[in-house]
Ligand binder design. Structure first.
Ligand SMILES: [Zn+2]
Length: 291
């Protein structure tokens, strides 16, 4: 089944962005193999889409689909089952206006029940947020050691939902299944995805984060480069004070190669030369060391 998908996938390009093309194919793979009943392709930028190829690809795999015009983006709903597809697209609008059964929506997308219930009772601070506001116990010096399987801040996250807690077993179980599927699909790709998922991430507020190409050892991150991701800024062009501060910090971090965490602050260093001391009290942030 996976090999047939692979053969078909090789013949179609779903986006002119290589990253999106691969990511969307992996989302479709999960539904095609029956791991999930239905799926969505989000933030599908119209200008990068070749609709004809996308439609032919889904038709070839006998996957039903529908599309929703979101302005700059298109949202694609898909499922092998026609009823599931029409339920999902019908629920979508109502769900986002908070007047429909959100548990059924989460259920169709294969999210664990515990996470769906938690999301409904206590939504994350902002829609695009990593669930740092869901962290129940304040970690020492804002440093969290988390399983790489729940990392939603990497370029190829295994999970697409907000976990109910950072140790949610059902989420880890789901991530394990997805990872196993990816390994069958393309072992070298799965290994690359794991390396990406294990990169330490510095999260600022709820919407900015910095992925570091490096590793965390004994209160210090040694890094060679970094990537600043600001989802809200990218999505709608809005920028707030917190974004500006993070852009400044990311700029200074680019000049350095080491972050050292003390009791009240972290320091940005270039070898042993100090570039900036950032007090914990000055800005809300978390370092997440995924392993
Ligand atoms: Zn859960």
């Amino acid at each position: 089944m996976v090999s047939l998908f692979k053969k078909t996938a090789a013949r179609y390009s779903l986006s002119s962005s290589k990253y999106s093309d691969l990511y969307y194919k992996l989302c479709v793979l999960q539904v095609y193999t029956g791991l999930k009943r239905a799926g969505t392709l989000d933030s599908y930028k119209k200008k990068f889409v070749d609709f004809q190829k996308m439609v032919s690809f889904l038709n070839k795999l006998e996957i039903h689909y529908s599309m929703l015009d979101m302005g700059v983006n298109i949202k694609v709903f898909f499922s092998k089952n026609k009823t599931d597809l029409s339920d999902l697209s019908a629920l979508h609008n109502a769900v986002f206006n908070l007047n429909a059964s959100r548990d059924e929506y989460g259920n169709l997308l294969g999210y664990p029940k515990c996470c769906v219930l938690r999301f409904i009772s206590k939504p994350p601070c902002r829609l695009l947020a990593f669930p740092t506001c869901h962290f129940e116990n304040k970690a020492k010096r804002n440093i969290y050691e988390l399983s790489f399987k729940i990392n939603r801040l990497a370029s190829f996250p295994l999970i697409q939902h907000t976990p109910c807690k950072i140790t949610c077993h059902k989420t880890i179980e789901l991530a394990d299944k997805i990872l196993k599927l990816y390994k069958t699909y393309d072992l070298a790709l799965a290994k690359r995805i794991i390396l990406e998922l294990k990169k330490p991430v510095l999260v600022f507020g709820e919407n900015n984060y910095i992925r570091l190409n490096g590793e965390y050892r004994k209160d210090t991150i040694f890094y060679s480069s970094l990537e600043h991701v600001n989802p809200l800024f990218i999505e709608d062009g809005s920028i707030c004070e917190n974004d500006i501060k993070t852009i400044e910090i990311a700029g200074l971090m680019k000049e350095g190669n080491r972050l050292s965490f003390g009791t009240n602050a972290f320091k940005i260093l270039k070898n042993d030369k100090l570039i900036l001391t950032n007090r914990f009290s000055s800005q809300q942030f978390q370092l997440i060391n995924f392993q």
